[in-house]
Design a protein around this ligand. Structure first.
Ligand code: SAM
Ligand code: SF4
Length: 462
């Protein structure tokens, strides 16, 4: 039997890339590739890249510098290291990557992952294939499913892509160009994938998509299903105890989905709902298609449906034309909503997007200053939320060993990491934990009572 080849995949950026990287590894597994955590001894290195901000894209080139040295070392030892660049930088820059980094052997965009084996065969013949097409066939039909043992290694919480691409065209964003138009996967494929994950011990599913609540895939009844309908169906799958979905657009948060937060007990009371800015002037310039009042209204309706719902968001500071008054509107939106956390970014002009062409770009110093003020306010909100958890009792899904011997770490319904003393046999279980200490962003707790569920398949080493 041939020695297995070693595959090193590094994901940059969003959860969609993490999911795609896993599916690429699953596709290469039956072809004799095993994943390695170290690039040094790999036969194939795939960088699955992100183009959302300039910094993210530049990271890829510095990583390629390191990979080039690994390739030279491998060659000096008589081995061939094949270097592939996948993802959104690949889609946006194509051939340019090979011009800038000649050590790269193949380049392929997010819609071509199923062609990886064929592209590798071409690279083995000395070609340097570049595949950035948006083919008509669905890549998910061709990517291999993970084996039960791969699922177990990845843990009790899993992502499942249900939707890709975006039709919203926010003026700052490259996603509609790099990921293409919105496409929803058919419900039966998603259900089969979740059933497979559940059978191998996964307890929590996060349905993901660039604009996940625009989901409108073919349902099992031949009609188009909404995300709410899909969540309802997935929540019936045996073994699945928790559901989440991300990332949503405020415009697509319809009544049916809001009602799902009231009606589906497995849907966790935490929602990531990017708002980007608190100023109507900037929201309009961003082409967000919602106002500040629309956002406040959606949040009020969500909270009426699920009073314990906690919200996180994304913000951009320094979009062209953002005045101090606009920025003040963003800061006071934080107070008006009371987010339990948020991501915040300096606006990064992306080539080909309308925002990059706008005249009144903000200088970097001002962006940094606003980002600092925004992050201080976000941290204050997050810490207040975490402090409010002290003494409360939560269901915690234990995921892996904790910081200290005898401890496990799990997630609260609000996605906070919770450390507690518990046996490793409880990995994969949901247990009731009382929060006894809050330190910065970590919660510490004690098991409220003995486990109620059977030890899961994912118990240590299973
Ligand atoms: N689809 C989601 C939405 O509707 O907001 C998120 C997409 S994007 C992968 C994640 C976040 O990156 C965005 O919410 C936005 O805050 C940020 N982002 C996107 N383009 C950006 C840019 N050009 N500069 C800075 N941040 C950006
Ligand atoms: Fe980008 Fe806007 Fe689409 Fe989100 S909704 S992926 S920010 S274009």
């Amino acid at each position: 039997m041939n020695e297995p080849k070693k595959l090193f995949v590094k994901s940059f950026g969003c959860q969609m890339n993490v999911y795609d990287s896993r599916r690429m590894a699953d596709t290469m597994a039956p072809r004799g590739y095993v994943e390695t955590a170290a690039a040094d001894d790999a036969d194939l290195v795939i960088l699955n890249t992100c183009h959302i901000r300039e910094k993210a894209a530049e990271k890829v080139y510095s990583e390629l510098g390191r990979v080039r040295r690994l390739k030279e070392t491998a060659a000096s030892e008589g081995r061939r290291l094949v270097v592939a660049v996948a993802g959104c930088v690949a889609q946006a820059e194509g051939e340019e990557i090979i011009r800038r980094a000649p050590s790269v052997d193949l380049v392929f965009g997010p819609q071509s992952y199923h062609r990886l084996p064929e592209l590798l065969a071409r690279a083995a013949r000395g070609e340097k294939p570049v595949d950035t097409e948006f083919p008509l066939d669905d890549k998910f039909d061709h990517l291999a499913a993970p084996t039960p043992s791969a699922i177990r290694t990845r843990g009790v919480s899993a992502f499942v892509t249900v939707q890709e691409g975006c039709d919203k065209f926010c003026t700052f964003c490259v996603v509609p160009y790099t990921r293409g138009a919105e496409v929803s996967r058919p419900a039966n494929k998603i259900i089969a994938e979740v059933e497979r994950l559940a059978a191998a011990g996964v307890r929590e599913i996060t349905l993901i998509g660039q604009n996940v609540n625009a989901y409108h895939g073919a349902g099992t009844n031949g009609r188009s299903w909404s995300l709410a309908r899909l969540l309802e169906r997935v929540s019936d799958i045996e073994g699945i105890e928790r559901l989440r979905y991300t990332t949503s657009h405020p415009r697509d948060m319809d009544d049916e989905l809001i009602a799902a937060h009231r009606d589906l007990p497995k849907l966790m009371p935490q929602l990531h709902l990017p708002v980007q800015s608190g100023s109507d002037r900037i929201l309009a310039a961003m082409n967000r298609r919602h106002t500040r009042a629309d956002y406040l209204d959606v949040v009020a309706r969500l909270r009426a449906a699920r009073p314990d719902l906690a919200l996180t968001s994304d913000f951009i500071v320094g979009f062209p034309g953002e005045s101090e008054a606009d920025f003040a509107e963003t800061l006071n939106l934080l107070d008006a909503i009371g987010f339990c956390g948020a991501f915040s970014f300096k606006y990064s002009p992306r080539p080909g997007t309308p925002g990059a062409e706008l005249a009144d770009q903000i200088d970097d110093e001002m962006k940094s200053e606003r980002l600092q003020r925004l992050q201080t306010a976000i941290d204050r909100g997050q810490q207040a939320f975490n402090r409010s958890c002290l003494g409360r009792t939560f269901d915690v899904l234990f995921e892996k060993p904790g910081r200290h011997a005898g401890q496990l770490v799990g997630r609260s319904p609000y996605l906070q990491p919770v450390q507690a003393t518990a046996p490793s046999s409880m990995i994969g279980e949901i247990a009731t934990v009382t929060i006894t200490e809050v330190a910065s962003n970590s919660l510490f707790g004690a098991l409220a009572h003995a486990p109620v569920r059977e030890p899961a398949l994912l118990a240590a080493g299973a």
